[in-house]
Design a protein around this ligand. Structure first.
Ligand SMILES: C[S@@+](CC[C@H](N)C(=O)[O-])C[C@H]1O[C@@H](n2cnc3c(N)ncnc32)[C@H](O)[C@@H]1O
Length: 341
């Protein structure tokens, strides 16, 4: 159905759909603010940055197609628009534009490279939380035989995949929704790596993997249970699925969520009747957010001198939000799932 939408109209629907989600809070904005033409653009500039198209034609186009309407000065979805958004958010995804912007800016930024060295111990153009200590812990937990063939789901621009490959001797296929990230990944000179653009909401591979890893990516699944099921079905019998998973709760949230046996991911695995093991790395996660925020505060002038304040701002608003998160409302784990042989 979405083939009659222009690229501008697709972006407009994605922005409107995300306008009242937690991404508004990162910007210090109320979720309940009215969606006006200008406020949607402001939101789009903050999250899509250099990927934001000229949306001037999108508003009349979508109105004509009866996918949006204006009510009391605010733009809202019609029923058809809401279902069109849900479809688009799983296929095209909001994140693709966000991450295309991030990877296109960060790969050229010396300040960002230094920031990664200081926060993660090595510049692998990271976006998630895993520093080299956590990555080594993942590899020790996995204990991969050299030559095993695996998937890195949400590989970003491939530098983490390259790091994992060189330390394990395994072969990897890295996939990510961001074409910008994959373009950069394909330039890595390592014959044991291959990359392709792929959406974890619709995974399909021609051969099964010995293992699948996912570094801080499962949060972005449209349907976590479906993505985990797809991962397990793309493993050979006896294969391993392993991932990093952080869990946040707010004041109304239920404490047991923060136990490794009861996070959002653990719940999915239990529903799938899939036994699992985990390691608790909550303290490493808490330290990470504080360090990230502090390094960013220290390095603002470096980003500014490069003309990269938009990138600084993008990284800072997330780090600052989570550095302030109450320590006992947050937990972090590495999970390992062994598919029965
Ligand atoms: C927090 S970043 C983690 C990247 C990298 N693994 C790291 O730890 O730095 C999340 C990654 O998930 C990717 N992503 C988001 N939605 C996705 C989807 N539907 N399918 C595949 N990748 C997705 C993003 O493009 C981004 O590279």
């Amino acid at each position: 159905m979405d083939n009659y939408l222009t690229p501008e109209e697709k972006q407009y629907l994605l922005l409107l759909g995300w306008f009242r989600r937690h991404y508004a809070l990162y910007l210090g904005l109320e979720r309940e603010r009215p969606a006006t033409g200008e406020s949607i653009l402001q939101f789009g500039r903050a999250w899509f940055g250099n990927q934001l198209l000229d949306l001037a034609s999108a508003f009349p186009g979508l109105k004509h197609k009866q996918l949006i309407r204006e009510e009391g000065g605010a733009i809202e979805f019609t029923e058809a628009g809401a279902s069109q958004f849900a479809e688009l958010d799983a296929s095209e995804t909001f994140y693709r534009y966000e991450y295309d912007n991030f990877f296109s800016l960060s790969e050229k930024s010396e300040a960002h490279a230094l920031f990664c060295e200081r926060v993660y111990g090595k510049n692998l153009n990271q976006h998630g939380l895993s520093d080299t200590g956590e990555l080594r812990q993942l590899l020790a937990f996995l204990d991969l035989p050299s030559g095993a063939y695996g998937l890195d789901l949400g590989c970003g621009n491939g530098l983490i995949t390259d790091y994992l490959q060189r330390r394990s001797g395994a072969r990897f296929l890295g996939v990510d929704i961001s074409p910008e990230a994959i373009r950069r990944a394909e330039q890595i000179r390592n014959p044991h790596l291959a990359f392709r653009v792929s959406n974890m909401n619709a995974l399909s591979f021609s051969e099964p993997f010995d293992f699948i890893v996912s570094v801080d990516t499962l949060y972005y699944a449209a349907d976590l249970s479906a993505t985990v099921r797809d991962c397990l079905s793309n493993l050979r019998p006896g294969g391993i699925f392993a991932c990093f998973f952080s869990q946040w709760i707010n004041a109304e949230g239920e404490r047991p969520f923060l136990e490794g046996t009861h996070t959002g991911l653990a719940k999915v695995l239990r529903e799938l009747e899939q036994p699992f093991e985990f390691q608790d790395i909550s303290e490493s996660g808490r330290k990470h957010w504080r360090l990230k925020r502090d390094v960013l505060l220290d390095m603002r002038p470096d980003f500014e001198a490069e003309g990269n304040l938009a990138l600084w701002d993008y990284r800072f608003r997330e780090a600052n939000r989570y550095a302030q998160w109450p320590a006992d409302f947050y937990a972090r784990f590495i999970y390992r799932v062994d598919k029965p042989a």
